[in-house]
Design a protein around this ligand. Sequence first.
Ligand code: TLP
Length: 350
Amino acid sequence: MAINGYIDLRSDTFTLPTPAMREAMATAEVGDDVFGEDPTVNRLQQMAAERLGFEDALLVCSGTMGNLVALLTHCGRGDEIIVGDQAHIHIYEGGNSAVIGAIHSRVLPNQPDGTLSLDDIRQAIRPRDVHFPETRVVCLENTHNRMGGTALTPEYTRQVVALAQEHGLRVHIDGARIFNAAVALGVDVKALVAGADSVTFCLSKGLSAPVGSVLCGSRAFIQLARRRRKVLGGGLRQAGVIAAAGIVALEQMVDRLCEDHANARLLAEHLTGVPGICVEQPPLPTNMVYFRLMPELPFDAPEFCRRAEAERVRMLPEGSRRIRAVTHCWVTRDEVITAAQVIAHVVHAA
Ligand code: TLP
């Protein structure tokens, strides 16, 4: 099931639409979604809202757009969000909430389990004072990408929600891979987002749809979010073509995520014995394996990935010595074993 001839572990974003998705897209009933008249988009949004336990939902172009629309809806200019220093929102979204929304970030250290410490959050909340921006939102990420794809638990999220509510703050969850977390923890996804004010999840990662994310919230929140999405140019027309694949993603691709998790475990096990690399062990792993190159290896992560790519295995360098391998439905168990052999070979040939 190689992608363009490669075992592609760079990201689960490389997943291609399944035959069932292509069929659903080709035959989707569509209308103009800016007018709210695309029946397939409406069906996806309703399904998503029900699945996550929210009143309403909105299809957006990407996870990045979902997060930005959420923050623009929660915050006014000069308001502040509390966000982790390793959060996707903070690192990989072009500083968009500042660029577009004049939203200020209060950045706290992510803990090794992907959380923000409750004490840190408590201390970061601004007192009402003319000197300070107003704290508006606490942002969580589940699963936490840069912290090893680790899942955040329902208990932790409940504690953050309680703290936020105590101080009149909102909680936004970047749940790009929230279904990976639910499957890994064996809980209903609702338990991972209960009490949050908004959640973004992605159809286009491990769930294999070609495009799209969904933002969930209250009816009033989604009504405002729809305006923000339009402002950003994210109002699409016959978007049912996209939503159709998203519906298949939710119906057919969630339960199987456990296979990706098993494959990631298998890869981590195979790599653990390889001298010269150190495999990270996140507390609640899902579909990501991060490993570091030990100082004795005479090349850096980008060069390591080039050498592996020459042997038809693609991975992503994250900085100079850290590498990410992500499992997904387009990588079989046998290919994971091959990838582990290629990695070991690249190390031995050093
Ligand atoms: N993450 C991508 C890269 O941007 C790093 C990846 O390959 O993992 N939240 C989280 C936690 C994400 O990991 C991503 C994508 C997004 C949001 C953004 O989603 P898109 O790419 O749809 O804008």
